[in-house]
Write a protein that binds this ligand. Structure first.
Ligand code: DAT
Ligand code: MG
Length: 151
């Protein structure tokens, strides 16, 4: 039986600005478990599926242009309540409104360059993980940090 999982992706701005290590470190230090990751430049089709809920909104086309503009560092993280914990680490959608000590608050200014994506619910996470990863790209055991986090 697997714990809760979420999909997180460092967007092209974060990759180009060399923030991968810094961001991964925050997730690791929180006690979350990395179960898969890859550097991938998403196709238009993948981006459209990923952001389907935003189709028709004024920022939709620009969002697709941006997310497909370069490599994205896609990850799957596992842990207790990992979806909401990840959203807390990430912060608010608009970096200007996102508090300091959140990833978006610390690294960004514009909403269209907000450095990172994280699934907003367990259902979204399941959908997004399936969209971005095949099963054999995700590990099921071998890294066991639980006993160092949960008593
Ligand atoms: P989040 O990424 O915090 O889940 P969202 O799902 O509402 O936010 O929007 C997806 C992405 O679209 C977001 O990370 C940045 C972009 N976006 C959202 N609202 C925007 C806006 N008003 N103007 C420009 N880009 C926007
Ligand atoms: Mg969202």
């Amino acid at each position: 039986d697997t714990e809760e999982r979420t999909f997180v992706a460092i967007k092209p701005d974060g990759v180009q600005r060399k923030l991968i290590g810094e961001i991964v470190a925050r997730f690791e230090k929180k006690g979350l478990k990395l179960v898969g990751c890859k550097l991938i430049q998403p196709s238009r089709k993948l981006a459209e599926k990923h952001y389907a809920e935003h189709k028709g909104k004024p920022f939709y086309e620009g969002l697709l242009d941006f997310i497909t503009s370069g490599p994205v560092f896609a990850m799957v993280w596992e842990g207790k309540e990992v979806v909401s914990t990840s959203r807390s680490l990430i912060g608010l959608t608009d970096p200007k409104k996102s508090p300091m000590n959140t990833i978006r608050g610390d690294f960004g200014i514009d909403v269209g360059r907000n450095t990172i994506h994280g699934s907003d619910s367990v259902e979204s996470a399941q959908r997004e993980i399936k969209l971005w990863f095949s099963k054999n790209e995700l590990i099921t055991s071998s890294i066991t940090i639980e006993k160092w986090i949960n008593e």
